[in-house]
Design a protein around this ligand. Structure first.
Ligand SMILES: NC(=O)C1=CN([C@@H]2O[C@H](COP(=O)(O)OP(=O)(O)OC[C@H]3O[C@@H](n4cnc5c(N)ncnc54)[C@H](O)[C@@H]3O)[C@@H](O)[C@H]2O)C=CC1
Ligand SMILES: O=C(O)[C@@H]1CCC=N1
Length: 270
């Protein structure tokens, strides 16, 4: 391998596409020897590949350093066997929710060096965070390659067990959707108060973006920052009393939601 890995990306949808953009923007991969495989590729992604002279849906051959799998877990059994020849000599990095390394290995004709990564959608702008797990068959140099590829999408954190990847999935993989839902509900609530629909949407969206940008550069904990917004006897306190309630309603709800996501990841294993 040269200093930049050659990558075969299987699946260039939301997540595969986000990773690809990151690799191209940061120069993380050996473009001349990489390729994208996606029979249903979008027009945008096709334009991107062509503009960077990145091979699109070539014949399946060996010789890639890394095979990145970014198809839906429900598609894996059908989609992966055709890429077994690539997997034979490559490090396989799966971003699929739930699918176990054993399952991935079986679908890829007995591939040996398998890692799992769980990025999230802010990867599209290099602001993601990925949980990483590698089987013992991947040595330190191989782990460096996996980390290098996911760093192009943002921060990374290694976990010690494969099960923990399901927990990462439930927290940060799915997590952006939780905040987007909260943003929708905040806008709806503003509209219900009497704000113009468009104004409520702009206010809610900018609040999520501003709070996200602030916490990114803050050293204070989220709890400390919450307190910085909350004047005793003020408006925020009145709202938080509803969200927390005597039974810590929001905390209980989020705990249940995250547990449901982790349970679903387990169900997707096979
Ligand atoms: N969307 C997200 O925020 C995240 C998704 N993931 C994981 O990423 C994976 C992909 O999810 P999305 O990108 O959201 O789905 P998506 O539906 O946007 O992309 C899947 C892509 O796979 C392609 N595909 C289908 N069959 C194929 C085949 N035989 N060969 C090559 N490509 C094929 C489809 O044409 C599509 O472009 C899933 O396993 C998901 O669990 C992980 C973290 C976050
Ligand atoms: O919803 C899903 O299953 C995928 C995994 C994490 C985010 N999206």
């Amino acid at each position: 391998m040269t200093d930049k890995p050659s990558v075969a990306l299987v699946g260039a949808g939301s997540m595969g596409g986000a990773l690809l953009r990151g690799w191209l923007e940061t120069g993380a991969i050996d473009i001349a020897h990489s390729a994208v495989f996606d029979p249903g590729i979008s027009a945008d992604m096709t334009v991107l590949c062509k503009s960077r002279e990145l091979s699109l849906n070539p014949e399946i051959e060996t010789g890639y350093d890394v095979l990145v799998v970014a198809v839906k877990p429900q598609m894996a059994a059908k989609a992966l066997p055709q890429y077994a020849a690539i997997a034979k000599d490559a490090i396989v990095v799966s971003v699929m929710a739930g699918k176990s390394t054993n399952n991935i290995s079986a679908a890829l004709g007995g591939a040996v060096r398998i890692a799992r990564a769980m990025p999230n959608l802010p990867a599209a702008i290099g602001k993601g965070i990925s949980g990483l797990y590698a089987t013992e068959t991947i040595d330190a140099a191989g782990r460096d390659v996996v980390e290098h590829l996911l760093r192009a999408a943002g921060k990374v954190t290694w976990v010690e067990t494969e099960e923990a990847i399901d927990f990462v999935t439930a927290v940060s993989g799915s997590g952006p959707a939780y905040f987007f839902l909260l943003t929708e509900t905040l806008a709806d609530a503003g509209e219900a108060l009497g704000l113009d629909k468009q104004a409520a949407a702009v206010l809610a969206r900018a609040t999520l973006a501003g709070a996200g940008a602030l916490i990114d550069v803050e050293t204070r904990t989220p709890a400390e920052m919450r307190k910085a917004v909350t004047s005793p006897g003020g408006t925020t306190e009145a709202a938080l009393n509803i969200l927390e309630g005597d039974s810590h309603a929001l905390r209980a709800l989020v705990k249940d939601a995250v547990a449901a996501a982790a349970k679903r990841a387990k169900e997707l294993t096979n």
